[in-house]
Write a protein that binds this ligand. Sequence first.
Ligand code: PMP
Length: 426
Amino acid sequence: MQNSQQLFNHAQDIIPGGVNSPVRAFNGVGGTPCFIKRAEGAYIYDADDKAYIDYVGSWGPMILGHNHPAILEAVIKTAQNGLSFGAPTELEITMAEKVKQLVPSMEKLRMVSSGTEATMSAIRLARGFTGRDKILKFEGCYHGHADSLLVKAGSGALTLGVPNSPGIPADFAKHTLTVSFNNLAEVEEIFAQLGDEIACIIVEPVAGNMNCIPPVDGFLQGLRKICDQYNSVLIFDEVMTGFRVALGGAQAHYNVKPDLTTLGKVIGGGMPVGAFGGKKEIMDFIAPVGPVYQAGTLSGNPIAMAAGLAALSELSIGDKHQQLADATEKLAMGLKAAADRNGIALSINYVGAMFGFFFTDEESVTTYEQATQCDSEMFKKFFHYMLEEGVNLAPSAFEAGFLSTAHTDDIIDTTLAAADRCFAKL
Ligand code: PMP
């Protein structure tokens, strides 16, 4: 790790924490982050040329594996015509049509440049559309770092133990109501009191920012019903789950239709892209047709659209999601078996191409409380043992893991053999 260590030392002098996004700094696990030089398929290579099987996948986008030739070709070809125009292009229509075809609840949509922008814009739209100020989110869910949404947030906020960030006026935060994920009774209770003031519910349909917690039976359906009853907007934040738990996202997998959807990660194929969209009547509230303002200098950028479109097109060929689900199941079952063999209590959750494992003797983990009570010291050790073995897991006990179509049976077997040795050392 000599080169990574040198780079990290240098980076910390000029970039806060040496990183441009907090969890990358390994605060959740300690030690020196690997600086990455290149990536190919299921592997990333660090500054010391060490190869790692990668289960982070740039935190979600690389569902086809790193450096996929179809995406690379689309980027290079499109770049030859200019990098950005600040004017509409045909490519943006093609992209919007493709997203709508895969996620039909998105009758109209708009492109942005990150997941944060997508959720921030969707919240503003829901507030503008309903004329209400309050929003409801779930503890441990992360929806990017817009002010209203950094309240009891997951991901880095949870890893670093600052789920309510300084810098957010209490006057903003007071409009964000938070309840427990997978607890419909709490949602019903708060709506019974304040339902007419709540603009929207925003939810990760599979929570992926407090490790990986799927919805319990009836939870998402229940949220749909409550939103219908109180004329609140139901927003599925599918930045992580979109095109990942199924081609049509979690809404297809669980067969629940939100009013608005936010997307990110996979939709950009590795380029900075997000999108939000949904019912026509709501989306037509956005400027310039409607009064709710939202904009972006680089929104719909041609290179980003080309990369995203190539990713979605490639992902639509054959039944890649069956392959992804099978691979994820093999990994999950294998990890569980390896842990059992070594007398380590482990609980595993997985849906589609995302997974999470918890060091706990609880049989199933369905709540934020359970996730945060797991043995994080054991996770840290396991993480570093796996890294030594050449397996890159997310450097926090509160992040989901991701597979790609490049994770072959052989690669998963190699991972499981490494995990067996690492569990034995715990
Ligand atoms: N929503 C969810 C569910 C996410 O997982 C993330 C990022 N991990 C975001 C929103 C924010 O996306 P971005 O980091 O692109 O701003």
